[in-house]
Design a protein around this ligand. Structure first.
Ligand SMILES: Cc1cc2nc3c(=O)[nH]c(=O)nc-3n(C[C@H](O)[C@H](O)[C@H](O)COP(=O)(O)OP(=O)(O)OC[C@H]3O[C@@H](n4cnc5c(N)ncnc54)[C@H](O)[C@@H]3O)c2cc1C
Length: 416
């Protein structure tokens, strides 16, 4: 079933009786060519591109809960490609280009909205760092503009420009950045994969790996053993726990990240803004709520909920940046588990166990990476070679010293 204006009209005239579920609910088969563990954004995108681009038909996605129950349905929906380092920037720009054609590609309205992402700067040093970042972005084909204070004021006059400690001096703007409806992204990839024959199996927890003579031959699940030639793991915040079942200890720690949304307000913020002197970022959803977040809760956890001190810290950041936010009432907050790597950059690689592949370490920036992550992981699984934009995301870089420390903070996973 394809979606179109004509289809909506037709269904309206027929009492909307023709709509069908977006994907099937198949029983797991005993064997597949490729199994993807984790039905989040990255797992579903991987299955989609495996089927669509790399011609793999016998693929299954195994999800322990329901689609969208993890971070893909919990993030603050920001997409951008404003990275600095050569290991990262081309990959995120590749992702941005995939976002730009995504809805036509998988024929579902994921509300991709290139409303602009503005990173504020508050000092001369920070301006120079943003200038360098903007130049790196332009070199990889992305867009970047350095704005001065008056240009930012013309866009967002309500910001606290004269904050005594952190006056706003300007910002780095990526106009092609923006937001996308996160659950729509999961649904679009799921539907697109399902239509190409991928089995999406929900309520199927992977409890172990079938490893014979050092080769991964499939997985043990809550619904029985399923064998496969190749197994790709994309379980985000659960990476440490799942890969431990294959005997691996990874350079990843799990932390909680919270997000917040206010009651619906009239349109007042048409882009995404990040505060440069603290950790706070905000956008306004199409329903009118201000969606914002900040720092991680500062302890390791697998619980999908956070605590009050970080809530207070985020609220302080919001008040420092745009005092009018204090008038809005908070409607909801929630948390997700972040797979924080030691250098803040991801891993898309083979593992020491033959037949077992890993997609992880997305920290709190993995939503924007969803299309490229899926594409590059599918490339690796299908061809056993990394995609050209993901060659630096090696698992062994922490041994060899080829880390991609985007923020330059060292092995401090909670600071990336
Ligand atoms: C509050 C918050 C705000 C964020 N904001 C942004 C943002 O604005 N921009 C951005 O780019 N990124 C953001 N992120 C990060 C982004 O959401 C994640 O990096 C990304 O979604 C992770 O990939 P995923 O979608 O595949 O993860 P998930 O959706 O978590 O998918 C992993 C799946 O694996 C499943 N799983 C786990 N264990 C097993 C098992 N044993 N067997 C089977 N299945 C299993 C889980 O149930 C889950 O569905 C944010 C995250 C949070 C929590």
């Amino acid at each position: 079933m394809s979606y179109s204006g004509f289809r909506i009209l037709r269904e309206a005239l027929r009492g909307h009786r023709g709509w069908r579920p977006l994907w099937r609910d198949p029983e797991p088969q005993s064997e597949y060519d490729i199994i993807i563990v984790g039905g989040g954004g990255h797992g579903l995108a991987t299955a989609y591109y495996l089927a669509k681009v790399f011609g793999q038909a016998r693929v299954a996605v195994l999800e322990k809960g329901w689609l969208g129950s993890g971070n893909i349905g919990r993030n603050t929906t920001i997409i951008r490609s404003n990275y600095l380092l050569p290991g990262n920037q081309p990959f995120y720009e590749f992702s941005m280009k995939l976002w730009e054609g995504l809805e036509q590609d998988f024929n579902l309205n994921a509300m991709v909205s290139q409303r602009g992402v503005l990173n504020l700067y508050h000092s001369d040093g920070q301006r120079d760092a943003y200038r360098r970042r903007g130049n790196a972005m332009i070199l990889s084909g992305a867009d970047a503009e350095l704005l001065d204070r008056d240009q930012v004021r013309a866009m967002y006059p309500f910001l606290n420009f004269d904050n005594a400690r952190f006056p706003i001096r300007g910002g780095l703007l990526q106009r092609r950045g923006g937001t996308a409806r996160h659950d729509g992204v999961a649904w679009g990839y799921a539907r697109g994969a399902d239509r190409r024959g991928v089995d999406i199996i929900q309520n199927c927890e992977v409890t172990g790996f079938v490893i014979e003579n050092g080769v991964c031959r499939g997985v043990e699940t809550s619904r029985g053993t399923i064998r496969a030639r190749k197994t790709g793991v994309a379980v985000a915040g659960s990476t440490g726990r799942v890969m431990a079942k294959a005997g691996m200890r990874l350079p990843i720690e799990s932390f909680v990240l919270q997000a917040f949304v206010t009651e619906g307000l009239k349109p007042c913020l048409d882009g995404v803004i990040t505060f440069g002197a603290g950790h706070f970022y905000v956008s306004q959803s199409d329903k009118g709520g201000l969606v914002f977040g900040g720092d991680l809760d500062a302890y390791n956890s697998y619980a999908q909920r956070g605590n009050l001190p970080v809530m207070e810290d985020v609220a302080e950041g919001g008040m420092a940046l745009m005092p009018m936010i204090g008038r809005a009432r908070l409607l909801r907050s929630w948390g997700g588990i972040m797979d924080m790597s030691m250098d803040g950059s991801p891993i898309i690689d083979r593992t020491p166990v033959e037949g077992l592949y890993l997609n992880a370490g997305w920290c709190y920036g993995g939503f924007k990476a969803t299309p490229a992550s899926g594409y590059c992981f599918a490339h690796l699984l299908a061809k056993d070679a990394p995609h050209e934009t993901a060659t630096a995301f090696r698992l062994d870089r922490f041994e060899t010293g080829h880390v991609i420390d985007e923020k330059g903070v060292g092995a401090q996973p909670n600071l990336h």
